[in-house]
Design a protein around this ligand. Structure first.
Ligand code: NAD
Ligand code: DAU
Length: 359
């Protein structure tokens, strides 16, 4: 079996669902169920014995050690993290605790478990750490995309905490020989994406007739990858990645934020027109509102995903056009999920991040 951490969050839940759709290998899912963790994401696995959910913290060494001893997983995939840049600006401490201290404690528990495994199990064991392209910092317009050897220049408390976790993972391989793999991926989007992030926020605000808040000039560039492509890349790295190596994962899909917002509006205009006599004056684009920029906002990320394609034969299956259409469709079909995640704490976050953000 495998142990997944953070498997009730956006990418982790998609990973667990995809894994069990393709294999009968059991998954232990360790998740603290922070505001971002949601068991509803895993509702389709209810009663499925292949999925063992444990609510707990990766920083709880005793819990992690006992899970490892009891279940003897052959691999760990570490998704658990605080993941939202804006929240890291308002309150960095949780990011230091989970992303740095949590990863450290997890590594320590895993090192203890792994060092006592017997020959073949020890050799075949893998610790796969899921990280981000944000650790590499920000690119100028014409800079080449990030390769795996790009120097680390994290700019937000979030990316600095992820960078620290990547360094710890690297050190545990270099010093103790722990068989690690690290993946650095670009911006994901797709089902179960919490509506604090750009794409789901734009969809749910548009459907509610609320302003679509674009930071600064909207010309910041991100590389976008459909979440199921990220999941397939992680499976491939786990299966065939070279121990100690880093693999960049991306969609070859660089786009300015404002183009993303326009695309979401245009798909909604088509699938859920604002009025029957849908015309240029009744488009979701009218909801776009430019607001004060994110402090320290990285201008551009771009991933060079040649290594994973060349060495492991992985490429994304979705284009941005197909992926974004599926995503908007998913939100339209899952309005109950959307309503349930917009709890009191979500409303407090929206208030904190957007109120008073002058245009
Ligand atoms: P998310 O915020 O949606 O989910 C994080 C999950 O981790 C939640 O279920 C939460 O309950 C859980 N968690 C948080 N702290 C924990 C702790 N101390 N112990 C156990 N569980 C804990 O995040 P996501 O977008 O699914 O990202 C998953 C991973 O992928 C993160 O490590 C993130 O840095 C990385 N990543 C995300 C993206 C992206 O675009 N979302 C891109 C590249 C890499
Ligand atoms: O690059 C990978 C990273 O992508 C992951 O490591 C992070 O976990 C993930 O959250 C994401 O970080 P970003 O900061 O790029 O994602 P976010 O969706 O928050 O923002 C995307 C862009 O949209 C960014 O330039 C900020 C902008 N934005 C975001 C929000 C929430 C807006 O213009 N308005 C908004 O309301």
């Amino acid at each position: 079996m495998i142990l997944v951490t953070g498997g009730a969050g956006f990418i982790g839940a998609n990973f667990v669902l995809d894994w069990l759709a393709q294999s009968d290998e059991q998954v232990i899912n360790l998740d603290a169920l922070t505001y971002a963790g949601n068991r509803e994401n895993l509702a389709s696995l209810s009663g499925d014995e292949r999925h063992i959910f444990v609510q707990g913290d990766i920083a709880d060494s005793a819990l992690v050690s006992s899970l490892l001893a009891q279940h003897q997983p052959r691999a760990i995939i570490n998704f658990a993290a605080e993941s939202h840049v804006d929240r890291s600006i308002h309150g960095p401490e949780d990011f230091i605790q989970t992303n740095i201290v949590g990863t450290f404690r997890l590594l320590e528990a895993v090192r203890g478990y792994w060092s006592n495994l017997q020959d073949e199990a020890k050799q075949n064991f893998r610790f796969l750490h899921v990280s981000t392209d944000e650790v590499y910092g920000s690119l100028a317009k014409d800079d080449p995309a990030f390769t795996e050897t790009h120097r680390y220049e994290p700019n937000s408390p979030y990316s600095a905490s992820k960078a620290a976790s990547d360094h710890l993972v690297r050190a545990y391989h270099h010093t103790y020989g722990l068989p690690v793999l690290t993946t650095n991926c670009s911006n994901n989007y797709g089902p179960f994406h919490f509506p604090e992030k750009l794409i789901p926020l734009m969809i749910v605000n548009a459907l509610a007739g609320k302003p679509l808040p674009v930071y600064g000039d909207g010309q910041q560039i991100r590389d976008w990858l459909y979440v199921k492509d990220h999941c397939s890349a992680i499976r491939r790295v786990l299966e065939a990645g070279c121990v100690g190596e880093v693999y960049n994962i991306g969609g070859w899909n660089e786009k300015p934020n404002i183009d993303i917002v326009h695309t979401v509006c245009d798909i909604l205009d088509e699938l859920r027109p604002l009025s029957d006599d849908h015309s240029a004056t009744s488009t979701y684009r009218n909801l776009i509102t430019y607001v004060t920029d994110r402090p320290g906002h990285d201008r551009r990320y771009a991933i060079d995903a040649s290594k994973i394609e060349r060495d492991l034969g992985w490429k994304p299956a979705e284009t941005f056009d197909t992926g974004i259409r599926k995503t908007v469709q998913w939100y339209l079909e899952n309005q109950g999920w959307v309503a349930n995640v917009q709890s009191g704490s979500y409303r407090e976050w929206v208030e904190k991040n957007y109120t008073g953000r002058a245009a």
